[in-house]
Each structure stands twice: as C-alpha cells, then as structure tokens.
Design a protein. Structure first.
Length: 201
C-alpha cells in the first residue's frame, strides 16, 4: 500500500474503495513503507495485517566519482548564494508553487530538477513573483548530473502539500549525499524519513 488515493469523495466511495477493500480483505499481509502509513483511514480495519518494510537505496549508486566531484566543484565555484534543490515532477501535490512563493523571502538560488505538466505555469509564476533570476528550471538530468547537484546543494526541499506524498525517496537520496532536508509534515512517512531537527526541518 503505497499511498492514499486523493479523489473526490463520491468517486472514491463509488469506484475505488470497493476494489481496494476486496484486495485488502484477501491479503495475508499489507506492506507499507513507514509506520505512519499503518494509520491511514483506508487501512484502519486491516491494521493488524500491516507490516512496515521501508524503501531503501543502494549506497554504491551515490559514491562520488571523479567526474561527479568535478561537476560538484564547478557548481560550488559558480554559486554566489546558498543552493536549494528540488527534485521531482511538476504536479500540483508536489507544492512547487508554495516553494516559489517562499523564495520571495529567501536569499538563495533554487534549482528545480524534473519536468511535468505544470512546468510552464510554474515558470510563469516565478516570473510574476520576481524570483526568476534565482529560480532555475533544469529539466530532466542524467544520474551523474543529479548526483552532482545533490552533493553541491546546501539543502533539499520537498514542499509537497497533500498526503499523496507518502515517503519522499528524494529525501533519502539527499541524506545519502550528506545533505539536510526541508519537508512538509503531512502525517505520512515524509516526516518519519526526515526527522525534525535531526535530519532537517
């Protein structure tokens, strides 16, 4: 069970919930990625079947090669302000619009890695807010380039705004690169991964 389905209540009850309940009733075990996910409403009747198996990452994929180190160092030399990093799809629940509004009061450069259907709207918003000189849409990048950005940034930001963000794998990636995380406490696994004032805010 990865995350809750965010739909209009009547659509959820009429079309989705019957199929979900059928599957959950028949399951011997229900795997969730974090303890908070055992408490979502959809699993309330099946909590005794739930078992936590957190997502994990292979350490060796995050090793700094000479090429990654050179790219990281180049990014750091060019930086004139702290670097904030967002990695993800440009969809509503990721809360990138909230992050752009926050940039009005932050003296930093924001690097946005990823793409999605909201990209043009978000680029327009950055311009309207007067922060487009400090907000950089990098698009999709290769693995080595992404790793260099993780190692070069001062913090990763995960500003998601709904419970569709159930875990936040990018948080783990940033942590494997020794970077703190700023994320939203959504009552899901996000705040279990990023523990307040321990691994980030």
């Amino acid at each position: 069970f990865h995350s809750e389905v965010i739909r209009a209540r009547w659509k959820y009850r009429a079309f989705y919930q019957p199929f979900l309940d059928f599957a959950l009733r028949r399951a011997s075990r229900i795997v969730v990625a974090s303890p908070p996910m055992k408490d979502v409403p959809a699993l309330a009747a099946y909590r005794d079947k739930c078992v936590v198996v957190p997502f994990g990452l292979a350490f060796d994929r995050y090793t700094v090669t000479p090429e990654v180190a050179a790219s990281r160092d180049s990014i750091r030399r060019a930086a004139v302000r702290p670097i904030l990093l967002f990695v993800g799809r440009f969809v509503d629940y990721k809360g990138v619009d909230v992050l752009l509004r926050a940039m009005c009061g932050i003296d930093a450069d924001l690097m946005l890695v990823g793409d999605g259907p909201r990209r043009m709207v978000l680029q327009d918003l950055a311009f309207e807010l007067g922060v487009s000189d400090r907000v950089h849409f990098l698009g999709e990048v290769g693995d080595d380039s992404l790793l260099a950005w993780y190692h070069a940034c001062d913090a990763l930001v995960l500003p998601s705004v709904t419970r569709q963000e159930a875990f936040g794998m990018v948080q783990l990636e940033a942590m494997l690169c020794g970077r703190p995380v700023v994320s939203t406490d959504l009552g899901t696994g996000v705040a279990w991964v990023n523990q307040h004032e321990r691994t980030g805010l």
